[in-house]
Design a protein around this ligand. Structure first.
Ligand SMILES: [Zn+2]
Ligand SMILES: [Zn+2]
Length: 112
């Protein structure tokens, strides 16, 4: 396994245990976390999201409308919009309708 100086790819995800390659760390990056785990953990993005290690933005990615508290937000039709890297950004119902022609339908996209 080769390593580039300054760009040390972890061997595997500490959560799902998959090799860095298998869980997309090489392409998508990873989250290393020394705040929550004493020894520091390294997680693929999917796990980091599941573990809520990644602090999600709290404003609509399009119009900067501040997101209300998460459960209330869902009830109001806020959704998370996943970009090409799999990062999730909140999207308010107004922008959802405006940009995607979707009327608020609560969905927290799940990979099948
Ligand atoms: Zn993982
Ligand atoms: Zn918006």
């Amino acid at each position: 396994m080769g390593m580039k100086a300054g760009d040390v790819v972890p061997e595997s995800c500490d959560c799902c245990g998959h090799d860095a390659e298998d869980c997309g760390m090489l392409e998508n990056g990873w989250v290393s976390d020394a705040q929550f785990l004493a020894g520091g953990g390294v997680y693929c993005r999917a796990c980091a999201h599941l573990l809520r290690l990644v602090r999600l933005e709290e404003e609509c990615v399009w119009c900067d409308e501040p997101m209300v508290e998460e459960e209330a937000a869902e009830a109001r039709g806020w959704v998370y919009y996943a970009d090409e890297f799999g990062s999730l950004h909140p999207c308010c119902p107004a922008c959802l309708a405006r940009r995607f022609g979707i009327t608020a339908r609560v969905s927290l996209g799940r990979d099948g």
